[in-house]
Design a protein around this ligand. Structure first.
Ligand code: GLY
Length: 590
């Protein structure tokens, strides 16, 4: 087999070889000039907050400096994100959170990891065929735009729940920065504007959304001040009484608006919403214990499944850009996403074979099926009709992730979302709450891909009160009772593979936090049968070698907007936000 091996030990040389020079030993081309820059590395002995927006990280850092813990900082950061990055996540959506608390004795005990599911749920009136028209055809826009696309939001319930058990500062203190950002305004960025441009048509159809997010129907420009007076008022109400979102006047406003506009969410749906504490999925990779989110997210299952398929393979020796490495990981991704579409769904409604999918024996079997010289087509891994094979939708990189570690080394890794950019494009009048379009994460019909091109089946069919399947992968890695790293990413279907690569970059390639979030990425999700490589990140030699093995290679600009906190051997925290986004890591006490 033709192999190009770059067995370097210095990970930086491997990863950034194609970034630093236009022509190198490895044959980089002009492609390289479009590479992702290296993230800024922040270091702190005390605490660290990393999120997708500097103002949100600032809010979290403030809480740490007021004597709050990781939970306080995460709650403040999350509320702030819902104001300053409203297009990606907020109080009108939901998500998943991992909380890690250190053991009293790290010699003998492990970190305690808890997982909180605050994902949106289908309203009680939701039906399996709610997005099919009279002819039985899927009305694709109905699960994406407008009131019918909205799942019952969980964010406020979750933030309150986790704070009630673990927070130190007062609840109302945590909302202050978000209220200030909403009332006084903040300058919108070019990322905000580009998301708005994409969703302008839908937003303009909803008067309440149009009033807030446009200037008389036109897009804001970078640097314009966005003031959200209704949202400030809503946050003040939540600061006094979080339950108002589910049983009070905010709930009434949501239910009234839904009834008027053909949505399904009722007061009863809101009253009945409860976040669920679940057992995280943990597995071993090398000496580390990797914990991530269980179903109804697919993230933890497939992160562990792919790491298990890698097994003992010495990827560091192979080299990160070695086509063998990319090929092996791609084939493992192909298997994982095929399993995702077949087996994964809400565990309260369907039996998900988590133990089997994450077992070492299953990984060994799937590993043996991989031919290192040649791709298997996706239809060979799991049969699929030609129609489904052709279908492909790929639109939105949204969702957000935040990571916090405090002085006691409590950790929060939290990913949350309103799904697509600006969610359903619907604001509940008078509240400023932008609602999600999470219903699209169900399999709206067998074989019909969602926003991210993911195809699902029976396990992820719509049912009343069911939770749509997610890819969100908040992750905490520890070793012998000691924190190694915490990470996560937005990006729909690419979340799992982004997190996988950040984890491998730290554990296998010994990168620091900045290198780990900056390194070029690749992604395969079974369907469509395409290997996506990040533009500028891979040499021509590598790309050609992958094509020769049969990969349908497509180049795609950066995706993921991950962030990570790594704790080094001396106990110093390193934080870095993805240079593909506008986030920032901030150490406390600096
Ligand atoms: N809405 C994207 C996900 O949950 O995976």
């Amino acid at each position: 087999m033709p192999q190009i091996r770059f067995p370097k030990t210095k990970s930086q040389i491997l990863i950034f070889s194609c970034m630093a020079v236009s022509i190198s030993l490895f044959g980089c081309t002009s492609n390289s000039q479009k590479s992702v820059p290296l993230a800024e590395l922040k270091r702190s002995k005390e605490g660290m907050v990393v999120s997708a927006h500097p103002l949100a990280s600032e809010a979290g850092k403030l809480m740490l400096e007021k004597g709050g813990n990781a939970v306080d900082a995460a709650v403040a950061t999350a509320f702030a994100i819902s104001v300053v990055e409203p297009f990606s996540a907020g109080i009108g959506g939901g998500g998943f959170l991992l909380l890690g608390t250190p053991p009293e004795n790290s010699e003998t005990q492990q970190y305690k990891i808890r997982a909180l599911d605050f994902r949106e749920r289908a309203p009680k009136a939701a039906t399996r065929n709610m997005y099919l028209n009279e002819k039985g055809e899927v009305d694709k826009r109905a699960s994406l735009d407008g009131h019918l696309a909205v799942g019952v939001p969980g964010t406020v319930a979750r933030l309150y729940n986790v704070h009630k058990y673990y927070g130190k500062l007062s609840w109302s203190e945590l909302l202050k920065p978000a209220i200030r950002y909403a009332r006084d305004g903040f300058e919108v960025s070019d990322i905000f504007v580009s998301r708005l441009e994409r969703r302008l048509e839908v937003i303009n159809k909803n008067p309440a959304a149009r009033d807030i997010f446009t200037k008389d129907g036109e897009v804001y420009q970078p640097g314009d001040l966005l003031i959200q007076t209704d949202k400030a008022q809503t946050l003040e109400t939540i600061a006094k009484n979080p339950q108002s979102f589910y049983t009070g006047k905010i709930a009434e406003a949501i239910a009234t608006d839904m009834a008027k506009a053909g949505g399904l969410i009722t007061l009863e749906d809101l009253k009945d919403y409860t976040p669920i504490w679940r057992e995280p999925i943990c597995g071993k990779f090398r000496e580390a214990r990797v914990c991530a989110m269980p179903p109804p997210s697919s993230g933890g299952v497939h992160l562990l499944q792919i790491l298990n398929i890698v097994g003992e393979t010495n990827l560091q020796k192979w080299g990160r850009e070695n086509p063998d490495t990319i090929h092996l990981l791609t084939e493992a991704m192909r298997v994982a996403y095929a399993d995702r579409s077949k087996y994964l769904g809400d565990p309260d409604f369907v039996e998900v074979p988590v133990k089997e999918l994450t077992s070492l024996s299953y990984a060994q079997k799937r590993r043996e099926e991989i031919n290192l010289e040649k791709v298997r087509r996706s239809s060979e891994v799991e049969p699929v009709s030609p129609e489904v094979l052709r279908s492909h939708i790929w639109e939105s990189p949204d969702t957000t992730h935040l990571t916090v570690v405090d002085a006691e080394r409590n950790v929060i890794s939290m990913t949350y979302t309103i799904n697509g950019s600006f969610g359903a494009g619907v604001v509940t009048a008078g509240t400023g709450i932008l609602l999600n379009n999470e219903m699209d994460d169900f399999a709206v019909a067998p074989g019909v891909p969602n926003l991210y091109g993911l195809v699902g089946g029976e396990a992820n069919a719509i049912a009343p009160r069911k939770t749509p399947l997610s890819s969100m992968t908040p992750t905490i890695v520890t070793e012998n009772g000691r924190l190694i790293m915490a990470t996560g990413a937005p990006g729909g279907s690419t979340i799992i593979t982004t997190v996988l690569q950040v984890v491998l970059n730290v554990l296998e390639y010994q990168m620091n936090a900045a290198e780990a979030v900056s390194a070029p990425r690749f992604h395969h999700q079974w369907l469509p049968d395409k290997l996506m490589l990040e533009t500028g990140g891979f040499s021509e030699v590598t790309v050609n070698e992958l094509k020769q093995r049969g990969h349908n290679v497509v180049m795609r600009r950066g995706w993921g907007n991950a962030n990570v906190i790594v704790m080094d051997e001396t106990g110093i925290l390193e934080g870095a936000a993805d240079p593909r986004g506008e986030g920032e890591a901030m150490g406390s006490g600096e």
